[in-house]
Ligand binder design. Structure first.
Ligand code: ADP
Length: 217
């Protein structure tokens, strides 16, 4: 079982911590604010009130033994940076940092954080994409240029096999899964899989190619 430390229990951090716990992971939740700690205490494995910018405290919590540390301190940029720096110094292998803007994100990258997330920016972009596109239900951005889109299969695609559609060659898009009805998901569909009416395609590709696929969908 993987061990996660979530540092900062604002709205985003609390949601990350509780979701990881529900998924069966061991979760240590840390916040400087005792009230925030109490709110998640019943859900996670350990909940501790501590100042994460204090190296001795993090060391005493055995933080270096955790597989992943997620630093969701956002608005207090200095605390976020100090915490990430200490975690990297202590030898945590995989640190995820939440950034409130590009500059904050760049600083986290310079420190050597493995992954920077921008939840507010990304949620805004996803919502805008979902609202302006009739066929794209959801767009998960993997990078500024690449993503996974959930696209409703158009009549153009229905009754054709993936081999016939040849989407990889035509659009540079890979279909990683097909969702059919409420419960069926065909993961890694093969060339002989045939698209049915109402299918939702999970397509991986560049944002531009996903847009072109959506145009014919
Ligand atoms: P959100 O937008 O997700 O609510 P915030 O940036 O407002 O994110 O909240 C971050 C959380 O990090 C807050 O609960 C705050 O108490 C906590 N926090 C801030 N500084 C520290 C620190 N030095 N050590 C531990 N937790 C901290």
């Amino acid at each position: 079982m993987r061990q996660f430390a979530v540092i900062g229990l604002g709205k985003f951090g609390a949601s990350v911590a509780c979701t990881l716990a529900k998924l069966g992971c061991q979760v240590l939740a840390v916040d400087i604010d005792e009230d925030k700690v109490q709110r998640v205490a019943d859900e996670v494995t350990h909940a501790v009130s501590a100042d994460a910018t204090d190296e001795d405290t993090l060391r005493a919590l055995g933080i270096r033994n955790f597989d992943v540390a997620i630093v969701t301190i956002g608005h207090d940029v200095l605390s976020s940076i100090l915490t990430c720096l200490i975690l990297k110094d202590l030898g945590v292998a995989y640190v995820v940092g939440k950034a409130t803007d590009e500059l904050h994100g760049k600083l986290l990258e310079k420190i050597g954080v493995e992954k920077v997330v921008y939840p507010e920016r990304d949620m805004g972009a996803r919502l805008a994409n979902a609202l302006t596109s009739s066929n794209i239900l959801e767009l998960i951005e993997l990078s500024p240029d690449y993503g996974i889109a959930e696209i409703i299969a158009s009549p153009e695609l229905v009754s054709k096999s993936l081999r016939d559609l040849n989407l990889r060659a035509r659009f540079g898009v890979n279909i990683v899964a097909i969702r059919r009805g409420d419960s069926e998901v065909r993961v890694s569909p093969g060339p002989d899989d045939v698209i049915e009416e109402g299918d939702v395609l999970l397509a991986l590709g560049s944002t531009e190619s996903l847009g072109r696929l959506e145009d014919i969908s």
